[in-house]
Design a protein around this ligand. Structure first.
Ligand SMILES: [Zn+2]
Length: 443
């Protein structure tokens, strides 16, 4: 609880009591009230800042501490109560911003059913389900935003791949798979005893995402409570429904009224969320299968093909420009591509990583050389121009002192063998004079 006490607002109170053992013959041992913390509602002070009772009263077993929350003793669910109080407001704001909801709409979501579904899911699925619920799955739309890759859907290659597109992709293979999963979902709805008209309304809503027309105007045939649930879900969004954020009106329609004390309706709504999340997760898994392979063997083959494609591109690049990597890395290309292509995936991955490092190193070297060259060939100012005859190899005034010093450093660092020829060039052709004929050269 220490982490919570640092931030608790003063709506909490902690009452310290001390067991008065000065007279051990008296039974029961009276509790002597020592101190109450956190009752100052108007204070912005946290309990952590409040002064504690004297140390002798804190040492067990001669003291008791009672934590109260909003004037009610907090005995059970302490951690969840404290967490809710600390983080609920921030989570509400984040979700409302993501979904473009008002706070009122936020409270129309059946969060108890949402919590029911998450608590009954395997812990290994929590991360995936949380990403799904919060639209954090790594779609190609996110890849483009963060990594500059293509945002086209890997299944249809026609549209930008958002999470909504994953639920509604028009690729024939995806449609076939989705229809199979929808049949499974309808079957599960009947297994959890979903009333027919509620199941019908849910089917209409999910199919409306795909712009699939259903038989007739089914909304005309719905009872008022189911119709209200359907309309509330339209406002909240059917894509939100597929991410487990269902309207609380579904549970009201199932229970037949706003009295939700019956645990059966919560259980039904929670199971509905579980099956809807499973349906959405299957669509996402199929999309990932199209991209990376549906089986382990298929994934291995695709990975190998991708590695070979990148290595072939590296060989082509090196054939066109042998200076794309530093000279001391050229042993990478000692083996012909046909031999390297026979290696296992680990070898191919290592080779590709080495090539990437070599290429980055060469790019850094070339960038550094370009900066040095731009300083070296920087034109002199026109005011510094002087007749060629007045220039001598020892005359430093014709040359910018900074450029000269930079040049000398560059030449000495690189160990260039053409020092003499460059000096001669400087002597014969200062930067501020154009040599157009042999007569312009000094005698
Ligand atoms: Zn698609």
């Amino acid at each position: 609880m220490t982490f919570c006490l640092r931030k608790l607002r003063p709506i909490y109170t902690i009452n310290y009591h001390h067991l008065d053992i000065s007279n051990p013959k008296s039974a029961p041992i009276p509790l002597r009230h020592i101190q109450t913390l956190g009752t100052d509602i108007n204070s912005h002070r946290t309990l952590h800042d409040a002064p504690l009772p004297p140390q002798e009263y804190l040492n067990p077993p001669h003291n008791t501490v009672q934590l109260s929350y909003k004037n009610t003793p907090l005995i059970t669910r302490i951690r969840s109560t404290l967490k809710t109080d600390l983080y609920l407001s921030a989570i509400q704001q984040t979700i409302c911003k993501q979904e473009a909801w008002s706070i009122n709409q936020f409270h129309h979501i059946d969060w108890p059913a949402h919590g029911y579904a998450f608590h009954r899911a395997w812990s290994t699925k929590w991360i995936t389900l949380t990403k799904l619920a919060h639209k954090l799955l790594n779609t190609n739309e996110q890849d483009m935003r963060y990594y500059g890759k293509t945002d086209l859907c890997p299944c249809c290659n026609l549209q930008s791949e958002s999470l909504l597109h994953v639920f509604t992709c028009s690729s024939p293979v995806v449609i076939t798979f989705r229809h199979t999963q929808q049949d499974i979902l309808w079957k599960h709805l009947s297994l959890i005893n979903t009333p027919t008209e509620i199941a019908q309304a849910i089917q209409t809503g999910i199919l409306s995402l795909e712009s699939v027309s259903t038989d007739g105007d089914s909304s005309q045939q719905l009872s008022p409570m189911v119709l209200d649930a359907f309309e509330q879900q339209v406002i909240l969004g059917w894509d939100a429904f597929l991410r487990g954020r269902i309207s609380v009106a579904w549970q009201i329609a199932y229970a037949g009224g706003p009295d939700l004390r019956d645990k059966a309706s919560l259980k039904w709504a929670g199971q509905l969320v579980i099956h809807v999340l499973n349906y959405s997760q299957q669509l996402w898994k199929f999309r990932c299968g199209v991209l990376h392979g549906h089986t382990k063997e298929e994934m291995r083959q695709r990975h190998r093909a991708e590695l070979l494609e990148n290595i072939q591109a590296a060989y082509d690049e090196h054939a066109n420009d042998p200076f794309c990597i530093p000279s001391d890395w050229r042993q990478l290309f000692n083996r012909p591509y046909s031999l390297l292509a026979l290696s296992d995936r680990d070898t191919l991955s290592c080779w590709l990583r080495s090539f990437t490092v070599a290429r980055q190193q060469q790019e850094l070297t070339m960038a550094s050389d370009q900066r040095a060259a731009s300083r070296f060939f920087k034109p002199a100012r026109s005011s510094d121009s002087s007749p060629l005859s007045s220039i001598s190899s020892t005359d430093a005034s014709s040359c910018d002192s900074t450029s000269c010093s930079a040049d000398s450093v560059t030449l000495s660092d690189s160990g260039d063998e053409d020092d003499d020829s460059i000096s001669l060039l400087l002597e014969l052709a200062p930067f501020d004079r154009l040599i157009t004929s042999p007569d312009d050269l000094p005698g």
